[in-house]
Design a protein around this ligand. Structure first.
Ligand code: ADP
Ligand code: MG
Length: 256
């Protein structure tokens, strides 16, 4: 057995007659940081959402720590999951961080971080609080734990959202443009936390336009175009190798 944490292959997804994902795959071993690049509309968010089953893929295979997701495919029907508890398990082990933070506005920061571990992992209130405090400290927003999200800066909100993802003790973390909604001066504090998580050896899939992060932090880069992987490789391959076609155009507009 390899030390693969997440193996995804052949993911296809259509919305109506629009085929958005045309057979995408990715493999992450423990500690891998994989950046996913691509222009707007290329299918990056849909790909991440299919991986943690916020969208149900039409086709494809997903294995997490050796457990394979079972999709029940009947002829001429879209696949369904056979076991809702398996979906719940996959989702909680693939914690996602969104562009728009998605914190619950009616809960304090601490309550936001405590909620899923209590509901999904069955932690007691005191355990969940202890975990929340640890990770809020970890991302540097412990002093804001009793505030409501609206009273935090965007950078603080995103760091709280990262703490919420960490509190699930996920096998891998999925980030969907975590800094794209932030004012430029707040991007750095979030990227710093993400670099630290990468240094800790966490397994991460990161959709980003931060080419510096992709180059310096990830060990592998995928470039998506129109629902397919147009090019992939190490940062060195991608940034110093041949830059032709769509990757070349994309690179010319977004170089670090
Ligand atoms: P990206 O994240 O790379 O910008 P998306 O995955 O958000 O791209 O979108 C890829 C394509 O799928 C776009 O054309 C988008 O309009 C379409 N799409 C995404 N989600 C939906 C949806 N829920 N219903 C219909 N079309 C969608
Ligand atoms: Mg997107």
């Amino acid at each position: 057995m390899s030390d693969s944490v997440l193996t995804v292959s052949g993911i296809e997804k259509s919305f109506g007659s629009h085929k958005v994902l045309k057979g995408l795959g990715v493999e992450a071993k423990a500690g891998d940081v994989i950046s996913i690049l691509g222009s707007s509309g290329s299918g990056k968010s849909t790909f991440l959402r299919c991986i943690n089953l916020l969208e149900m893929p039409d086709k494809g295979e997903i294995s997490l720590n050796g457990e394979r997701l079972t999709l029940l495919a009947k002829p001429r029907q879209k696949p369904r999951v056979t076991d809702p508890r398996q979906v719940e398990r996959f989702r909680s082990q693939l914690a996602m961080v969104f562009q728009s933070f998605n914190l619950w506005s009616h809960l304090t920061v601490e309550e936001n971080v405590m909620l899923a571990p209590m509901k999904t992992l069955g932690k007691s209130k005191s355990e969940a609080r202890e975990t929340a405090h640890r990770y809020l400290n970890r991302v540097g927003v412990y002093d804001r734990k009793d505030y409501y999200p609206a009273h935090l800066s965007g950078g603080q909100q995103q760091r709280a959202a990262i703490a919420r993802a960490l509190a699930m003790e996920p096998k891998a973390m999925l980030f969907d443009e975590p800094t794209s909604a932030l004012d430029p001066e707040l991007v750095g504090e979030v990227l710093k936390v993400m670099r630290e998580l990468a240094d800790e050896g966490r397994t991460m899939l990161v959709v980003t336009h931060e080419m510096g992060f992709a180059r310096d932090v990830s060990n592998s880069i995928l470039f998506l175009s129109e629902g397919k992987i147009e090019k992939q490789g190490s940062p060195n391959d991608m940034f110093t190798g041949e830059r032709s076609g769509r990757w070349g155009e994309f690179f010319a507009h977004t170089r670090p």
